[in-house]
Design a protein around this ligand. Sequence first.
Ligand SMILES: Nc1ncnc2c1ncn2[C@@H]1O[C@H](COP(=O)(O)OP(=O)(O)OP(=O)(O)O)[C@@H](O)[C@H]1O
Ligand SMILES: [Mg+2]
Length: 328
Amino acid sequence: MSKEELELDTLEGIGPVTKQKLIDAGIYTILDLTIRGPMEIADALGWDLHRAIELCNKARMKLIELGKLEKDFVSASEVYKKRQAIERITTGSKNLDDLLGGGIETQAVTEFYGEFGSGKTQICHTLCVTVQLPREKGGLQAGAVYIDTENTFRPERIIEIASARGLNPEQVLQRVIVAKAYNSAHQELIVGELGSVINENNIKLVIVDSAVAHFRVEFLGRSTLAERQQRLNHFMHLLLRTAEAYNVAFVVTNQVQAAPDVFFGDPSKPTGGHVVAHTSTYRIYLRKAAKNRIARMVDSPYHPEREAVFILNEKGIDDPEEETPRKK
Ligand SMILES: Nc1ncnc2c1ncn2[C@@H]1O[C@H](COP(=O)(O)OP(=O)(O)OP(=O)(O)O)[C@@H](O)[C@H]1O
Ligand SMILES: [Mg+2]
């Protein structure tokens, strides 16, 4: 996407001062304006909401003119064309790829949830390597951004996985960009600033491990529950808009406790509750089964609900020795 035509000051109403304020808020292009939306623009510029809405609408019109954004009403064939631009990244496990219909999708948010040790972080590390594989091997020959909120990103593990998969570990490390998020506001800020990082580094995968942890500790107790859900909802929508606008895959993790009352109801309630559930495009529940891990696709619009078995080893995630894909 050409940078010049998306420059902020090509838009009527944005002078040098306004431009600088927007850049300070991490809004670099007209596309960023529409991704962040009027509420945030009003905040960044100290404008009233009405004026910010007008600016965002202008940005939208310009993007539609440039063919960078869909019109509000489009034909089904245009929707189909956009969906054909969706690409897939192999997870490194054939079983898990099959469950996902060929791998992790761009233009979507895929959520892995499960209890501690169920393999969420291992999947994230593996994807940072597999996204770099050539296309004929299931990758996109592109880089990854890892937003680390729990301090569990380990370059050593990337080296191990890359070597085991026959890639040059030094080169692989170079193409993983790590951002540590210190709190939920910082986490949002980082995602808001992703646009230029994605463009300049040919990024096709963004990880948020964990998407929910900061929100969980910052909004404790019932009185703040509604606010937490609202902020989390806002965050998840930002992810989805960014995924669609830049044709990248977002993968988020969410820790859940294995409930003691597994015999009644859903044993797998994610911490983010329904807000995360309804914003993620795909949700995969992970559980431990001795040395294996079992993944289950939960309420996907077009995948049948079924399970896949994978293991954790030096290649990150992998298929068990004897192929035992489980069907439900
Ligand atoms: N190099 C390795 N080889 C094989 N298994 C490994 C390796 N590194 C980690 N593991 C396994 O991965 C598991 C931990 O998984 P992971 O860190 O992905 O859990 P998680 O779902 O992210 O948990 P949490 O909710 O605590 O973040 C451990 O059981 C560990 O045995
Ligand atoms: Mg983890």
